[in-house]
Design a protein around this ligand. Structure first.
Ligand SMILES: Nc1ncnc2c1ncn2[C@@H]1O[C@H](COP(=O)(O)OP(=O)(O)O)[C@@H](O)[C@H]1O
Ligand SMILES: [Mg+2]
Length: 176
């Protein structure tokens, strides 16, 4: 099940949406809705502790983009590229420490590459990212529950979130 709350915002208008999921499958279903809704040059940052579900959400986004290859965490490479309806770049900024590494990553090219760039630990790259991006903040609740605050930082990401909201299906029907 996916819970949305509050129906009409404790969050001030424009601060996005909060979703709770109770399984990895549900988090993937949420990602899938985002992937289906994404346009070229979409940037989605993922924040939250280890094990929060950032890679799981990224897998869902990939699936929504029609990526058929399995998506794993790019542990050894900072970035992993996949082919889908749009190119999909999965970045893990966990180990990024210096500007040089950002340059090695060709981040500016990725961000203008006509695809979807998903960045785990995006707070570590925030200054190098476009202002208008969607930030997903993941929190671990009891057991398998996760709270995910989807925060749009500009008009394009607000539109993305609005489209994704309509694409969201009950995840119990998706892949459990
Ligand atoms: N509701 C949930 N959403 C996402 N992952 C969940 C959920 N419940 C349990 N999990 C498990 O938590 C782990 C999340 O791992 P991962 O997505 O790699 O996190 P991160 O990338 O944030 O470190 C996975 O083992 C996943 O199966
Ligand atoms: Mg991860």
């Amino acid at each position: 099940m996916v819970w949305f709350y509050p129906p009409r915002g404790i969050l001030p208008a424009g601060r996005g949406m909060v979703v709770e999921t109770d399984s990895a499958a549900c988090t993937r279903a949420l990602g899938e809705a985002l992937g289906r809704s994404a346009e070229p040059n979409t940037v989605i940052g993922l924040r939250g502790p280890l094990g929060a579900g950032k890679s799981t959400l990224a897998q869902g986004i990939a699936r929504g983009l029609g990526v058929t290859e399995p998506v794993s965490s790019p542990t050894f490479n900072l970035v992993q590229e996949y082919a889908g309806r749009l190119p999909f770049w999965h970045v893990d900024a966990y180990r990024i420490r210096s500007l040089d590494e950002i340059i090695d990553l060709s981040l500016p090219e990725l961000l203008q590459g006509g695809g979807v760039v998903v960045i785990e630990w995006s707070e570590r790259l925030a200054r190098a990212l476009p202002a208008d991006r969607l930030e997903a903040h993941l929190t671990v609740l009891e057991g398998d529950r996760r709270r995910i605050w989807l925060e749009p930082l500009g008009p394009r990401s607000r539109d993305l979130l609005e489209r994704a909201r309509h694409e969201l299906r009950p995840c119990s029907l998706v892949d459990r």
